[in-house]
Every structure is written in structure tokens, then in C-alpha cells.
Ligand binder design. Sequence first.
Ligand SMILES: [Zn+2]
Ligand SMILES: [Zn+2]
Length: 344
Amino acid sequence: MATSKVAISPMKAVQISKPGGDFEIVEREIPKPTAGQVRIKVQACGVCHSDVLTKEGAWPGIQYPRVPGHEVAGVIDEVGAGVTEWKQGQRVGVGWHGGQDGTCLSCRRGDFRNCRNLKIAGISYDGGYQQYMVAPVEALAAIPDTLSDVEAAPLLCAGITTFNALRHSGAIPGDLVAVQGIGGLGHLGVQFANKFGYRVAAIGRGADNGVLAKKLGANVYIDSKATNAADELQKFGGAQVILATAPSSKAMSELVDGLGPNGKLMVIGAAFDPIEVTPIQLISGSRSIQGWASGTAADSEDTLRFAELSGVRAMIETYPLEKAAEAYARMLSGNAQFRVVLTT
Ligand SMILES: [Zn+2]
Ligand SMILES: [Zn+2]
């Protein structure tokens, strides 16, 4: 019998080979999904600030080389053994929550978001800065037909984080909800807050952001450079929730006094220095501070469906995969309007 040679077509991947290393464009063999996994032909992958963790080795235990990327949108092109609920050709996304062990105490309590052995795409395994990636089924979120891959990608980390934090914040329609920061997270936070029926106060630095904030759905814009934002919030009775998106602990600290009775500072902007608050600030008015991290793949689906229903979309700049280094630098510069997405 004649044998024919099967050409193994390599794919392009963008990897980091050591902590602090540069982005390297390499050719790799297309990976095979094992049991419980699927292979995704990546169409778009968002560049998130948390990719710094992979780039700089700031997350413990990363094995290099590693392909970053946890805002992945694509199409399933092969399913591994035992996978019955996902099909070839189905559009799926992978976000920060890259899989849970299903066995730790948090998982046994159904709290998969806080799995003690949480896997993160682009950190625990290779993420979306490549043409094909493999992911466990627990990480998959179905993408609605009306959302493009580029639109879906940033909703899988920036979107879900703001959406999920707000919907678990305790605020109800009509409440005053402030969104601190009009950036990659904040511009989505303002939109979701508006669609949730809150009275939305956007807090930014400088007058320039005001027009955009109002266009995104803010009822009030507070320029924290020109005014004391906490005092301004108190003029409206104080915020029920302040969604703190800009990674500035100082700015967050200054906002605690803007909370109303039983108000909550919901922290999603990741900074490393401490938020300063006195016990008296918390005791008076029974205020609280809470952090929130992302959500499960099911939460991602909720986010995507809500975006589909409500028209919430990220503002996006796209770059081809080959220009990942440039795209990452653009994201880091803080000048992107507002999410950077790689296309393959
Ligand atoms: Zn992210
Ligand atoms: Zn677990």
C-alpha cells in the first residue's frame, strides 16, 4: 500500500521563555487535546494588564516557556476523548478562570471561582497568544452568534470582572453606583452599571473623560483632579457601591468617604500597595470593602449574553498576533482606547 506523507503543519505562537523575557514569535506543533479537553482555533485574544504576571513571572509556579493570553475567542476544531457537550465548529471563549479541580473544599461547596487549585489560561497552561490552544471543558464559554470574536474577547476578562462584581455588589436599580476610572475596566463598568439601572457616577481624572463617560451611560461625571470626589458623591447622598477599577490604592482610599450608609467599595483594580482606611471610616455608616476576582465560564456566558441583550461592548484596538509585543506595550502605556485585542 502506498503511503503518503502527512505534512505536520506548524502554527505560530507568541511565547515568553523566562520571567522578564521578550515576546518571541515561534513555530510550534499544533497541540492535541487529551481527555476532557478541546482544541480551539484562536481567532482573537485580548491583551490584559494581568498578562504582566506571565511576562514578568509575577505569579508563583509559572513554567516557561509560556504563551500568555486569557481573553480568548475562537472555534473548537477538535474535541478530546470523553467530551460530549462541546462540538467541533462551536464558537467558544476562555477567560481568566481556566479550570477547577472539582475536588477541593471550595469546589465541593460549589464555589468554583475560589478553587484552591484554580487553573488560569496563559499562566497554568498556554493561553491565546497563538493560533491554536488546548483548554479543559470547565474553561469554555459559548459565544453568542451576534458577537464577533474581537468583540467577545475582552468581555471574557475585563467584561466578566466588571459585570460579575457589579451584579454581586448588592446594589439594586436606582442606587447610586460610582465607577472609579474610565479605562479598560471602567469603560465597561460604566456601561454595565447603566444597563443594570443604577444611577451612575463616573469618576475620572481630568475634564476630558466626561464626554465619553456620559456617552457610555454615566449620569454624572466627577473630575477627581478638580474636585474632592468623595464630597461630590456625598452631595448625592453617598454611593451604595463604588466599583474601583483604576489600580491606584491612593485614589481608592480617597473614595471611602464617598460611600453612603451600608455602602461598599468593590475593588477590582489590581494594585500592590495598601488601601488606607481607618476603622472609624468603616464603622460609621457600616461601610465595607470587598475584592472581586472574575468568575467561572458560566459567568462568562452570562456576561456575553448580557452584552448581546444590552449592546454593551468594549472599545477596541486590534493588532495582528505577530505584533503582540507592540500590542502589549500599547496596553501598558495606558493610552489604548481601551482594550487591545490580537487577531490571528
Ligand atoms: Zn485579565
Ligand atoms: Zn477546587
